[in-house]
Structure formats: C-alpha cells, structure tokens
Design a protein around this ligand. Structure first.
Ligand SMILES: Nc1ncnc2c1ncn2[C@@H]1O[C@H](COP(=O)(O)OP(=O)(O)OP(=O)(O)O)[C@@H](O)[C@H]1O
Length: 304
C-alpha cells in the first residue's frame, strides 16, 4: 500500500517508475467515454453534488523559493478549469496541495464547504488530523503524467484495490465497477494484463479508470499526455473530452497542449510566478489574450 502521505489510490514514485513501459502502439481511434449499451459504463461516471474548490491567500514555499504567493482563485462546482503558464510557475504544486501530497505554508484551501487545511493564528496547520485529510481527499482523484499504476498488480486489481481498501467496497462491487470503467476506456480485454504489458496510452487509460474507480467528485489532470508518444495522445485526449462532457465532475487540468485546454475547459487561468495573470473562457484567452505575458507565452508555445 502507498505510504500515508501519498494519495489513497496512488502508488509510490518508486512503484510508478517500475510501471513505465515502452509504448507498443495503440489504436488512436476515438473511444467513447460511455458505450451506448454498457450498463456498467453508464453507471461509471459520477453525476451531481461535485464540490467547488477555493484557494484563499495560499502561500507555498520550497525553502527560499516562494512558489505560490497569496494565491486566490475558485473553481465552481462542476466547472472545468485549465491552468496554463510557463514551466515552474506552480501549476502542479496547486494540484499536489489538493491531493495533500504537499503541505501549504499559509492561507486556506476549501473543498466544498469544508477546509482541506489552513493555518491558524499560531501558524499551525489545521487540521493536523490525518482522518480529516483522508476523508477530504477521498473526494479528489488525480491522473499523473507518469501513470503511477501499481506495477505488481494486474489491471483489474489496480482498479479494485483502492475501492476495497480505502472506500470499504465489497470485492464484487469493486469488480463490477472496475469492469464498467474498463469497458468505458476501451480496455475490457486487458483486465488480466500487468502494466508492463501495456502501451503508454493504454496505461494512461487504466490510470484514468483507476482514478474514477475511487468515485471522486473532483478530478485533477496533470500533464496527462506529455509522457506519451505523439500517436497515442489523441486517444487519451478524446477519452478525457468525453468524460468532461458526460460527467458533472469538477475538473482542474494542467496542460501544455492548448487545443486540449480549449476543448476541455470552461475557463482558462494563465499563471505565472505563483499568481494568476489573466483568466477567461478559452476562446477569449486563446483568441484575444488581454495581457502581454499571456501573448508571449502563447507565442512561445506555438513556436515550440
Ligand atoms: N518537491 C519540491 N522541492 C523543491 N522545489 C520544488 C518541489 N516541487 C516543485 N518545486 C519547485 O516549485 C516550482 C513550481 O513547480 P511546479 O512543478 O508546480 O511548476 P509547474 O508550473 O507545474 O511546471 P511544469 O509546467 O514544468 O510542470 C519550481 O520552481 C519547482 O522547481
């Protein structure tokens, strides 16, 4: 099992390194997020009661490096927000704080009406209580750049382990749900395979299904296609577009792929040096950015 300071469904980085497999080529045909006739898949996507997220004056430092500077922003329930901005500007740190993989130094993070954690007047993190953090982070699922599958478990068990151990689901319940999700991501025939037997694109589909198996209400996507060979990117992006369209999840996405950002989000936040430079609907941010910093960033991305 992962140590307590990692996400409930996420293995340790050491495990995830072992899970890296050479891409073998996978169909890039569009996979529907829900098959018309798949009852399991139809039940697979969460609907309703997704909480919003709010950062209030959040400060995060790594030593003398102040990564987030009194950051304020909110994501509405069911909204899909993409963070864009230069490398090192703090985007991943925001997701890791929400997963409780990093601790904040000041400010408050809210998920729905409850604080994930905050600093009290004495400068102590509240709550220090693992039980509260555990309950709060059960609402949040994350898909990582490097898939982070359990390398020693087959695909089915990768999906059932968290629900059985963390959510207390029965084995039968977890297996039924896992099969519905594998059907949804187009990998129903791979339940007995181990991660090393799958292409990068297939592993990332399993990772997406595994995050959804935990029945999160908030889904965080961190550069989910940047470790994939170019021909595998389309299938994973199509899957996520379908999930975004067909679920009510609150989603926070970090990506360097501007077309994907445009498709998947209701709102884009341009981020630089721990602060929001500009925000707005994707068509406006990509079509008529108001800030010079955003224009420079988008030009640099287009030129790369
Ligand atoms: N565990 C850590 N220890 C020390 N510094 C860290 C750690 N994690 C992140 N940082 C630093 O925090 C800053 C923000 O990193 P972060 O990964 O959040 O940026 P990012 O905007 O997501 O970048 P990228 O687009 O390259 O992924 C960087 O300067 C990075 O070096």
């Amino acid at each position: 099992m992962p140590p307590t300071d990692t996400a409930p469904e996420a293995p340790t980085p050491e495990e995830s390194e072992d899970a890296a497999a050479p891409a073998e080529g996978v169909s890039t045909e569009k996979k529907g997020a829900r098959k018309e006739d798949g009852d399991g898949a139809a039940a697979a996507l969460p609907h309703g009661d997704a909480p919003g997220i709010r950062f209030e004056k959040v400060v995060k430092r790594f030593g003398s490096n102040v990564v987030l500077r009194e950051l304020d922003f909110a994501v509405e329930p069911g909204e899909r927000v993409t963070l864009i901005g230069p490398s090192g500007s703090g985007k991943t740190t925001i997701l890791r704080l929400l997963m409780t993989l990093e601790k904040l130094d000041d400010g408050v993070i809210w998920i729905g009406d409850d604080t994930l954690w905050h600093m009290d007047k004495g400068g102590r993190r509240v709550p220090a209580n693992q039980k509260h953090l555990h309950e709060m982070r059960k609402q949040v699922g994350m898909v990582f750049q490097q898939f982070n599958l359990f390398p020693n478990m087959n695909v089915l068990r990768n999906l059932t382990e968290g629900p059985v151990r963390v959510l207390g689901a029965s084995k039968d319940e977890a297996v039924e749900r896992a099969r519905g999700l594998l059907d949804m991501v187009g990998l129903a025939d791979k339940e007995n395979a181990h991660p090393s037997q799958l292409s990068g694109g297939q592993q990332q589909r399993v990772a997406i299904a595994r995050a959804l198996a935990m029945q999160p209400k908030v889904l965080l996507l961190d550069e989910v296609t940047s470790a994939l060979d170019p021909e595998l990117v389309v299938g994973v992006q199509d899957l996520l577009r379908d999930i975004a369209r067909e679920s009510d999840l609150t989603m926070l996405c970090v990506t360097h792929e501007m077309n994907f950002a445009r498709d998947i989000s209701n709102r884009v936040l341009m981020f630089d040096q721990g602060q929001i430079v500009e925000e707005g609907p994707p068509d406006r941010i990509f079509g008529e950015p108001a800030e010079q910093r955003t224009r420079e960033f988008l030009q640099a991305v287009l030129a790369s």
